[in-house]
Ligand binder design. Structure first.
Ligand SMILES: C[S@@+](CC[C@H](N)C(=O)[O-])C[C@H]1O[C@@H](n2cnc3c(N)ncnc32)[C@H](O)[C@@H]1O
Length: 330
């Protein structure tokens, strides 16, 4: 045990704890890991010595796959001593895909995204295999209230060459959503606000889909913040630039929250081309145009958030806009 350069403090036997630098056991309380993982498949991305993989196994996970870009000798030793069934694959977060790994109810991504030069690409890979939720933990900008991400070209904090991007907490939340989770909730912050945990939540339609920047849209109506009375027309144009001939299959509308949280308003399939709109961001696909007429007369007076979800066969993208419902006295 002494020869291994341990990162995690893993209890290999009662009272026998590996001398890792990381207070893994103390961290658990902040991570939001469900107490009971029975029946769940869990993916632990960037597992290092595997503390959290073994923790998932302890909490009853049906199967745990642990991946990292290197195989730590500590992981091998701990797996053997613990008689664990955790399966290790040497693989980058960038390479995660459902063809190779299958789907997971829960994905752990602890201490990894800020080590990536392309964090959104990595988070999209996670979104593409997550059926229910993912827990994303890492470095954040303490006390920063704006939705901003700091880029580190050389060293982070004078001595760390492995960190590239550090988001504020709200930016981390937004990044998790933008990578393909309809909603993302803050689980905790700790270490004086320098570490944060966000839970990305999937829904039946979005499970195993990553969000794509290739889905682009333009709304002719409404303007963001527009006042409406009894009827709302959402009209626009949307394509998936990665398959522009096919366009989009489905658009869903939710009120005051995304799918899974908000009220379902309706779903349509786009048809035809949108007159007057040029192929500004790509080609006009046959099924690119949509018009959604909504009776809003029963909506409460005041501001509402409308969530639009655009689905192609392989990707989706979410948009949020606001309207204000005004009551007209007859
Ligand atoms: C700070 S450690 C976190 C270890 C563990 N998850 C934890 O929270 O204690 C970062 C880990 O991510 C791994 N890592 C870095 N880049 C990665 C990538 N592209 N894909 C998967 N793992 C990566 C590193 O090798 C390292 O084991």
């Amino acid at each position: 045990m002494e020869q291994v350069p341990w990162w995690h403090r893993i209890e290999l036997a009662p009272g026998l704890i590996t001398p890792g630098l990381d207070d893994s056991r103390g961290k658990v309380q902040y991570l939001g890991i469900p107490e009971n993982l029975s029946g769940k498949r869990v993916l632990d991305v960037g597992c290092w010595d595997g503390f959290f993989s073994f923790e998932a196994e302890k909490r009853g996970a049906r199967e745990v796959i642990a991946i990292d870009i290197w195989e730590s000798p500590g992981f091998r030793l701990a797996r053997k001593v613990l008689n664990s069934k955790v399966h290790f694959e040497r693989m980058s977060m960038y390479e995660v895909n459902s063809e190779r790994l299958g789907l997971f109810e829960v994905v752990f991504c602890f201490g990894v995204y800020y080590h990536l030069k392309n964090p959104l690409t990595g988070l999209e890979r996670i979104a593409s295999v997550a059926k229910e939720s993912a827990l994303i933990e890492g470095e954040i900008l303490a006390e920063e209230t704006r939705t901003v991400v700091e880029f580190i070209e050389f060293l982070y904090g004078d001595d760390d060459p492995t960190t590239w991007w550090v988001p504020s907490l709200s930016a981390l939340q937004a990044m998790v959503r933008a990578s393909g989770f309809p909603s993302a909730e803050i689980v905790s912050t700790y270490q004086g606000g320098h570490r944060g945990v966000v839970r990305g939540l999937k829904t039946p339609l979005t499970k195993a889909l990553a969000a794509s920047e290739n889905i682009v849209f333009a709304l002719a109506s409404p303007r963001n913040g527009e006042t409406v009375c009894d009827r709302l027309t959402i009209e626009g144009w949307v394509i998936d630039r990665s398959d522009p001939v096919r366009g989009i299959d489905l658009i869903e509308v939710y009120l005051d929250g995304p799918e899974g949280e908000g009220e379902f308003v309706g779903r349509i399939s786009p048809e035809g081309e949108f007159p007057g709109l040029t192929s500004q961001w790509g080609f006009l696909a046959p099924n690119s145009r949509f018009t959604i007429e909504i009776d809003v007369s029963q909506w409460a007076v005041g501001q509402h958030a409308i969530f639009l979800s655009f689905y192609s066969p392989t990707h989706w993208r979410q948009h949020r806009l606001h309207v204000i419902r005004k009551h007209i006295h007859s």
